[in-house]
Design a protein around this ligand. Structure first.
Ligand SMILES: [Zn+2]
Length: 486
C-alpha cells in the first residue's frame, strides 16, 4: 500500500454518481478527496487548481488523477464474509455439503485454530478481496484482534465481528475473551483510523443462549454497535429453536429482546424464514444478507423474492471460500438477476410440461415465466443489482459510509478500463459491470485513499513481495494446523 496523499482530485468523463437519493448514472465529474474521505464532487469542466492534462500530475499541493474515459465506480462492499476461511478452499469436499457442513467439518478444524493462524489467513483473504474490487467488508470470525490485525496488514476496511458462542461451537471456551476483544476493537482509535471498526458477532440463534443474546443487545445499545449474525441458516438451527423454545429462531430472538432492541441488525442467510418471521422484521433496523453461491452449495438459496415483496432491505455477499470457493461479490449479481426465473424453473407448470410435453403445457409454462418477469424484473436492472453491493450495504454503519461516490463517503473506488474487451462496446457500462465479467478491466483500486498494488496498479497485487510472503506464511500455518488435526 502506498501512503495516502492528503488532497487529491480524481476525475474522468465516466463516473458512477448517485445511487442513494438520486438514480445511479454515469457522468463526467471531479471527485475531491482528502485523506480517506470524499469531500466534494465538482463539475468536470470547472477549472482545476493545477494545469489540466497530465494523467497523474502534481500541482499546487493538489494531486490530480485524470482517468480520461475510464469508468470510476465505488468499490464493492461484501456484507458478510469470513476472510480467513480461505484455508478451507479444497479442504471440504462436495460430499460434506450433504449434511451440516458448519458443524460436521468447520467446527472440527476450527477447534484447533491458533490466534496467529487467523491473522495469517485473514491477511491473505483480504488480499483476495482487494484484488476483486472489494474495499469494505462485514467480517465475522474467531480471534477478533488477530483477525482485525490481518485485515489491517492488507489494507482492507470494514467491520470486524469477533464470533461469540456460548451454547455450542469451537468459540465457547473463548467467549469472554472475544467479548473483551469486541470492546478493545471498539475503543481502538488507530484501527478506526485505518478504516476498521467493531461489530457484535453472535454466531447464530442455536449457538448463542438467550442470556448471551440479552447481553449482546445491552452492549449494542451502550456502545452504539451493530449486530451481525447468522439467522435461520440451517435445518438444525430451526429444529433446536423448536426443541428448546417451541418457536422459530426469529421468534426466539424476539422473546430474548435482541430483535426489538434499537441496534442495527444484519441477519445473514435467512434460508428458513417464514412469512410470520418476515413480519417480525423492521425495515428500519433489520437488513438481510443473501449469499447465493454459498447457499447453493451448503443449502438452498434464500427466498429473496419474498424479502423484496415485504419491503425488507437486503444485501448480497459471498460468505467465504469454504462454501463459495471464491470471494468475488460482483459474480453473485448474475444469480441475483436470474432469481426471478427460478419461480418458473421450479413451478408446477414446469412439472406439468415435463409430463405432458404438449403445446398447451408449454404455453402455460411460458405464461408463468412472463408473469414472474413482470413481477420482479425491476429489481434485476443493473442499478438495482449494484445497489446490493454498493449503496445498501454502504450505509449499514455511519462510522464508515461506503458504496457511493458522494461528499462525506469514504474514498473507496475502482477505475475500470472501458476499452477492455470485457466492457466493449461500452454502451451500457453499468450493465457490463453488474452482469458481465469485468475483472480483467479493473486497473486501479483505491481503499481509504490508498491505492492497492505496485504503482497504483491493482493487477500487480499478486506479484508484490508482501503478498507472496503472506501466502508463504499462510501455507506454513495451514501445514501446522493440518498436522494438529492428523
Ligand atoms: Zn457466514
Amino acid at each position: 500500500m502506498q501512503s495516502r496523499s492528503s488532497e487529491r482530485i480524481v476525475r474522468s468523463r465516466r463516473v458512477a454518481l448517485g445511487g442513494v437519493t438520486e438514480p445511479l448514472r454515469v457522468a463526467p465529474a471531479n471527485l475531491h478527496l482528502s485523506g480517506a474521505r470524499i469531500t466534494a464532487i465538482s463539475d468536470y469542466d470547472a477549472p482545476l487548481p493545477p494545469a489540466d492534462g497530465a494523467r497523474v500530475g502534481v500541482g499546487v499541493g493538489v494531486v490530480v488523477e485524470d482517468h480520461g474515459d475510464d469508468l470510476i465506480t465505488p468499490s464493492f462492499v461484501d456484507a458478510h464474509v469470513h476472510a480467513p476461511m480461505l484455508y478451507f478452499r479444497g479442504l471440504g469436499s462436495a460430499l460434506a455439503m450433504r449434511g451440516n457442513v458448519v458443524e460436521d467439518v468447520f467446527y472440527a478444524v476450527e477447534s484447533k485454530l491458533e490466534p496467529s493462524d487467523v491473522r495469517a489467513f485473514a491477511r491473505l483473504g483480504a488480499y483476495e478481496l482487494l484484488r476483486v474490487g472489494t474495499g469494505t467488508i462485514w467480517e465475522h470470525y474467531y480471534f477478533g484482534e488477530e483477525l482485525a490485525a490481518g485485515l489491517r496488514d492488507a489494507g482492507i476496511t470494514g467491520f470486524v465481528a469477533p464470533t461469540l458462542q456460548d451454547r455450542s461451537g469451537p468459540g465457547v471456551p473463548w467467549l469472554e475473551q472475544q467479548l473483551d476483544a469486541t470492546i478493545a476493537l471498539c475503543e481502538d482509535d488507530d484501527l478506526a483510523e485505518a478504516g476498521l471498526f467493531a461489530a457484535l458477532g453472535p454466531h447464530a440463534t442455536d449457538t448463542v443462549s438467550a442470556a448471551l443474546w440479552q447481553r449482546i443487545a445491552t452492549l449494542a445499545q451502550e456502545r452504539g454497535l451493530p449486530v451481525h449474525a447468522h439467522v435461520a441458516q440451517s435445518y438444525e438451527e430451526v429444529e433446536r429453536a423448536w426443541q428448546t423454545a417451541g418457536c422459530s429462531p426469529v421468534e426466539m430472538l424476539q422473546r430474548s429482546g435482541a430483535l426489538d432492541a434499537s441496534h442495527r441488525f444484519l441477519m445473514v442467510h435467512g434460508i428458513f424464514l417464514s412469512d410470520a418471521d418476515l413480519g417480525r422484521l423492521d425495515p428500519a433496523r433489520h437488513t438481510l444478507g443473501f449469499c447465493p453461491f454459498s447457499q447453493l452449495q451448503f443449502s438452498v438459496p434464500a427466498d429473496v423474492l419474498r424479502w423484496t415483496a415485504r419491503g425488507l432491505p437486503w444485501v448480497v455477499a459471498t460468505d467465504c471460500a469454504a462454501c463459495n470457493d471464491g470471494m468475488d461479490v460482483q459474480k453473485e449479481l448474475r444469480f441475483v438477476s436470474g432469481a426471478r426465473a427460478l419461480r418458473a424453473a421450479h413451478s408446477s407448470e414446469r412439472e406439468a410440461f415435463a409430463r405432458a410435453g404438449s403445446l398447451t403445457a408449454a404455453a402455460e409454462l411460458e405464461r408463468t415465466r412472463q408473469a414472474a418477469y413482470d413481477l420482479d424484473h425491476g429489481w434485476s436492472d443493473p442499478a438495482a443489482l449494484l445497489s446490493r453491493v454498493w449503496s445498501i450495504p454502504g450505509v449499514l454503519d455511519p462510522r464508515w459510509p461506503a458504496g457511493a461516490l458522494e461528499a462525506g463517503r469514504v474514498a473507496n473506488y475502482c477505475v475500470w478500463d472501458i476499452e477492455d474487451p470485457a466492457f466493449w462496446p461500452g454502451i451500457d457500462p453499468l450493465r457490463a459491470l453488474a452482469m458481465g465479467s469485468p475483472l480483467p478491466a479493473l486497473r486501479r483500486h483505491v481503499v481509504a485513499g490508498r491505492p492497492v498494488g505496485r504503482d497504483g496498479d491493482v493487477r500487480t497485487l499478486g506479484e508484490q513481495a508482501e503478498v507472496r510472503e503472506a501466502a508463504r506464511e499462510a501455507r506454513r500455518r495451514l501445514e501446522l494446523l493440518l498436522a494438529r488435526l492428523n
